[in-house]
Design a protein around this ligand. Structure first.
Ligand code: SAH
Ligand code: SF4
Length: 356
């Protein structure tokens, strides 16, 4: 059976042509596939009946099954848990802002990278998500929210390492940014990676999506301990890949830096960071570590955070402190795969607002 929602427009055209139909039929179909609400081929009224029947016979419209939803009382952040066809659970977080809403999507069920501070990292890897499962998160959220808060920014910062699922993530980006698809601006789609060097360079050549690097340490010694991927691609190689990363003019690479209390925020760290980022058009986001149960790092104090920010400012960098959102529903970075999932596993019937 064909998963139509995993196909880019080019792939749909190939398929439709191979059925002896005109290519413009693929455009019509593609447009419908990404209209919130479509669940039956028979509703695609501008396609001939015979084609609709063939579509229904040979393939399906993959829809994610909502397993749970929770809304933060303090800051309007919403988190959804979706159940995939094989029972795996993934999470998606909607973060309303004053000007625009950001959606944080998952790219894998679990993650194989094993970063020491990350909840997803502790659960191991299940599988890559299909393009239809990645874009499906966006479509499902649109179907369940008012148009005024539909997301304008998309970040691949949910569960999983997007560049370890390269082909499917690139197909998803093509669908998300196509005018007839979900029509996101490529400037508003950001892929976050722990640092898979060959794929970083490939991403720059294949799409114009933005890049965020999870840096988190300024020496190989510490980064090896925090992020096993650093043993494969140490800082020197990572920075070379960033320098090679092709991006439109005036774009910058975002460097994410979790501030781990007492560990990675000294003046020396600021100095080394300045040296590492030298010559790379960059912006720095400081993320206070979110406490994860069972992991022994501590959250930074306000004083630690601000003094690190000042050390960076003295080196000429404006670093923005990213306040955690949705903490009360465990929607903050690195906390996905949380209470909500355990509850779902225990009680399959449970659906809405299960944290209450
Ligand atoms: N795998 C990708 C994207 C998903 S993780 C990556 O690592 O970049 C998204 C972001 O959340 C990353 O910057 C990650 O380092 C951060 N993160 C993970 N656990 C965290 C925690 N406990 N506190 C704060 N940020 C965390
Ligand atoms: Fe995977 Fe990113 Fe978590 Fe590391 S931080 S384990 S790469 S999801």
């Amino acid at each position: 059976m064909i998963d139509y929602r995993s196909k880019t427009l080019d792939e749909l055209e190939q398929l439709i042509r191979s059925w002896g139909e005109a290519a413009f039929r693929a455009k019509q179909l593609f447009k419908w596939l990404w209209k919130p609400g479509l669940s039956d081929f028979h509703d695609i009224t501008d396609l001939p009946k015979a084609l609709r029947e063939r579509l229904a016979l040979e393939g399906f419209l993959y829809r994610l099954d909502m397993a749970g939803m929770a809304a933060s009382r303090s800051d309007n952040t919403c988190k959804w848990a979706f159940r995939l066809f094989d029972g795996k659970i993934i999470e998606t977080v909607l973060i309303p802002g004053s000007n625009h809403t950001t959606l944080c999507v998952s790219s894998q069920a679990g993650c194989a990278m094993g970063c020491r501070f990350c909840k997803t990292g502790t659960m191991g890897f299940s599988r890559n998500l299909l393009p239809s499962e990645i874009v499906g998160q966006v479509l499902s959220v649109m179907e369940q929210t008012e148009q005024e808060i539909w997301p304008r920014n998309l970040v691949f910062m949910g569960m999983g390492e997007p560049l370890a699922n390269f082909e499917n993530v690139v197909s998803a980006i093509k669908i998300l940014t196509h005018q007839l698809g979900l029509n996101f601006s490529t400037r508003r789609v950001t892929v976050s990676t722990c640092g898979l060097v060959p794929e970083i360079v490939r991403l720059g050549r294949t799409t114009s999506a933005g890049l965020a690097i999870s840096l988190h340490a300024t020496t190989d010694e510490l980064r090896n301990r925090l992020m096993p991927v650093n043993k494969r691609y140490p800082l020197k190689q990572l920075m070379e890949a960033c320098r090679k990363f092709e991006m439109p003019r005036r774009r910058r690479i975002t460097f994410e830096y979790i501030v781990l209390g007492g560990i990675n925020h000294s003046r020396q760290d600021a100095k080394r960071m300045a040296r590492l980022l030298n010559g790379i058009p960059s912006k720095i986001n400081l993320i206070p570590y979110n406490k994860v149960n069972g992991i022994s790092f501590r959250e930074p104090t306000n004083q630690e955070l601000h003094s690190f920010q000042e050390h960076l400012a003295k080196k000429g960098f404006t670093a923005i402190i990213r306040k955690s959102r949705g903490k009360d529903i465990e929607a903050a970075c690195g906390q996905l795969w949380s209470k909500i999932n355990k509850k779902i596993v225990n009680d399959k019937k449970l659906s809405m607002a299960i944290l209450d």
